[in-house]
Ligand binder design. Structure first.
Ligand code: 6PG
Length: 239
């Protein structure tokens, strides 16, 4: 089974180089068309190399960073200086190296219900209504989760919210996450997937008929279907 929306790369470095190039092209296109680029970054480890390349290979001469507005797809319920913070990772490898138009962090240090409500207000204030990101970067976990939309967790059913807290029993924690509607409203959604540990989940998501509530990344169906960028080991089981 061929997948028109799946691009496979030899290794994580080539995946990161291609992802940085797509990010830059999407930024230029969006700024040309609307005067700005609103992007939600993924957390975790996979996108880190892409962010590093954006910081080192795409300076002011290549990319109008002043018109880029940075958001996050999800966040852990920790302060911004905590080692688990998605914001901290992005700040260290990207945001502390370039001057962006604005950065909108999910405030993991607050009560999670309050932090979700505040972020929702911030999104509506920025977009002047329902959020419509120009690009959302996502990863997937080995369990098929994406952002902090974990299998069989309450957030999967949120349809009238843009941002919610999500109780993740198996991690014994609360997370903050964009909801399925908020992600699916984006102009473009790109999944970055690397490592053989993701191969089973990727096959389930792309080729099998598993329940989307068991593989939440299957719920991500923006108008222009998500783009998948994977390294060879993650794509190993795809037909
Ligand atoms: C997070 C991410 C999460 C991540 C996947 C993959 O907060 O951890 O938003 O959805 O994208 O868990 O993580 P890795 O890239 O570290 O494998």
């Amino acid at each position: 089974m061929s997948h028109p929306n799946v691009r496979v790369f030899e290794n994580p470095q080539q995946l990161a180089e291609a992802a940085a190039e797509v990010f830059a092209k999407e930024t230029a296109r969006s700024i040309r068309e609307t005067g700005r680029f609103a992007v939600a970054l993924a957390g975790g480890s996979t996108p880190k190399r892409t962010y590093e390349l954006l910081a080192t290979e795409y300076g002011e001469k290549d990319l109008d960073w002043g018109k880029v507005h940075i958001f996050f797809g999800d966040e852990r319920t920790v302060p911004p200086n905590h080692e688990d913070s998605n914001y901290l990772m992005a700040h260290e490898v990207l945001l502390s190296h370039i001057r962006v138009g604005s950065t909108h962090r999910m405030r993991g240090e607050l009560d999670s219900w309050e932090a979700a409500a505040l972020y929702e207000e911030e999104l509506v204030g920025f977009f002047g209504g329902p959020p419509r990101f120009d690009l959302i970067l996502l990863g997937i976990g080995e369990d098929g989760h994406t952002a902090s939309l974990f299998p069989r967790t309450p957030a999967l059913g949120a349809r009238d919210r843009w941002v919610v807290e999500n109780r993740v029993e198996k991690l014994g924690t609360l997370r903050l996450t964009l909801t399925v509607p908020a992600i699916n409203a984006a102009r473009k959604v790109i999944f970055l997937v690397a490592g053989e540990g993701k191969a089973e989940a990727l096959k389930e998501i792309l080729e099998c008929h598993a329940d989307p509530y068991d593989y939440p990344a299957k719920l991500i169906r923006p108008a222009s279907g998500p783009v998948w960028m994977a390294d060879r080991t993650a794509a190993l089981l795809l037909d």
